[in-house]
Design a protein around this ligand. Structure first.
Ligand SMILES: *[C@@H]1O[C@H](CO)[C@@H](O)[C@H](O)[C@H]1NC(C)=O
Ligand SMILES: *[C@@H]1O[C@H](CO)[C@@H](O)[C@H](O)[C@H]1NC(C)=O
Ligand SMILES: *[C@@H]1O[C@H](CO)[C@@H](O)[C@H](O)[C@H]1NC(C)=O
Ligand SMILES: *[C@@H]1O[C@H](CO)[C@@H](O)[C@H](O)[C@H]1NC(C)=O
Ligand SMILES: *[C@@H]1O[C@H](CO)[C@@H](O)[C@H](O)[C@H]1NC(C)=O
Length: 327
């Protein structure tokens, strides 16, 4: 009778986004680069710039760093061109040039890291403004497809509440028709700034596309000094976060996504034909059930045949990986 020594390979792996932070390895890179250069370096040599999910990871990075009076890039950045419409909440990219929407000269500039809502300026151009400023605002009413200019000074949030209560929402501008109707609505009103439905969440992006809302800012940071600070770094002296000019050269932290590969050696004593894919599937299924019940959700199981030999060959023969069979 033929017995087969089989290896079950449990591949504990998955997409980057599903990898829990604990399966990452962290690296401090003792070279100075711009944020973009550092990102490329990390992607080439490791996986990406680091994402800080919680205080444990913050502490871990801090513990790896030389306690010097300097900073190191992390994966955090503030994208001043990624906005959302109040009506939808989906990301809406409005680059420095856009087919429909025009930024006023030098905008968006996120002065003092405080401007996360958009007003029309001079009735046609966009400007990012502090959401707490009070301006008149434009509502859209979906029932009678009309645009309503409300001539009351309100903060962006209060304007949004008003529009949602009495109409549908703050307006969005997504077509030429909408734009021309809005221009028409504003014509003759004399308003300087008027709120529209555009807003954004500050500091919500990490280089590896995962999300983390962890913040451990140094006091009075982020401040977007000189309106050029859109990348996040870690203060090597205090372990706190800061915003800096992405073009500055700093040390940086990368991570490697660790694919855990656990080899489970099993001695299978069975009269059943272990070459049969059906039997292999049954064993795999039982094993999957066991792993899931243990809370392991991110794995693959693969069979690997190491060696097959007959009874009448050497008994207790050691094969690759130390798998033995006995009769
Ligand atoms: C549409 O309905 C709103 C809310 O009832 C009203 O304020 C507005 O005047 C209406 N507009 C038109 C053009 O009917
Ligand atoms: C809104 O505020 C501006 C600036 O303070 C002021 O000039 C304007 O009269 C106010 N408009 C209304 C409708 O209160
Ligand atoms: C806006 O204006 C266009 C004409 O430019 C018109 O066809 C359209 O019905 C108007 N209303 C809306 C909700 O776009
Ligand atoms: C604004 O209204 C005036 C009349 O009040 C009109 O002459 C002008 O063409 C209008 N402008 C636009 C852009 O519709
Ligand atoms: C992150 O997402 C963007 C846009 O969806 C994509 O172009 C980029 O390749 C992604 N980066 C990583 C590291 O997955």
């Amino acid at each position: 009778m033929e017995k087969t020594c089989l290896f079950l390979i449990l591949l504990l792996s998955g997409g980057l986004s599903t990898l829990p932070p604990h399966s990452r390895e962290y690296h401090f890179v003792n070279q100075k680069m711009t944020w973009t250069e550092a990102q490329s370096y990390c992607r080439e040599h490791f996986t990406d710039l680091v994402t800080i999910y919680n205080s444990n990871i913050n502490q871990l990075l801090f513990s790896m760093s030389p306690r010097i009076n300097d900073f190191a890039w992390i994966g955090l950045y503030d994208d001043r061109y990624s906005w959302k419409w109040s009506m939808e909440g989906k990301l809406f990219y409005v680059g420095s040039t856009h087919k429909l929407l025009t930024w006023a000269n030098g905008q968006p500039d996120c002065v003092n890291a405080k401007e996360y809502c958009v007003a029309l300026q001079g009735q046609t151009q966009m400007n990012d403004r502090p959401c707490g400023d009070s301006y008149p605002f434009l509502c859209y009413n979906a029932k009678n497809t009309s645009y309503i200019l409300v001539m009351e000074n309100q903060t962006w949030s209060a304007a949004q509440s008003y529009c949602r209560t009495y109409h549908t929402d703050l307006i969005s501008i997504k077509s030429k028709e909408e734009k021309s109707n809005i221009t028409l609505t504003l014509n003759g009103s004399g308003v300087q700034y008027v709120w529209i439905g555009l807003y954004r969440d500050p500091w919500s992006f990490w280089s590896d596309n995962t999300t983390s809302t962890y913040t451990n800012w140094m006091s009075s940071q982020p401040n977007n000094g000189n309106s050029v600070e859109y990348c996040g770094d870690l203060n090597l002296k205090t372990g706190e976060l800061n915003d800096a000019n992405c073009a500055v050269r700093l040390y940086f932290f990368c991570f490697t996504a660790v694919t855990k590969q656990t080899v489970v050696k099993m001695k299978l004593q069975s009269e059943a034909d272990m070459h049969s894919t059906e039997i292999q599937q049954q064993v795999s299924q039982q094993l999957s059930g066991l792993m899931l019940s243990e809370g392991l959700t991110d794995f693959r199981i693969r069979w690997r045949k190491v060696q097959s030999y007959r009874d009448d060959q050497l008994k207790n023969q050691d094969v690759d990986g130390g798998c033995k069979t006995e009769v």
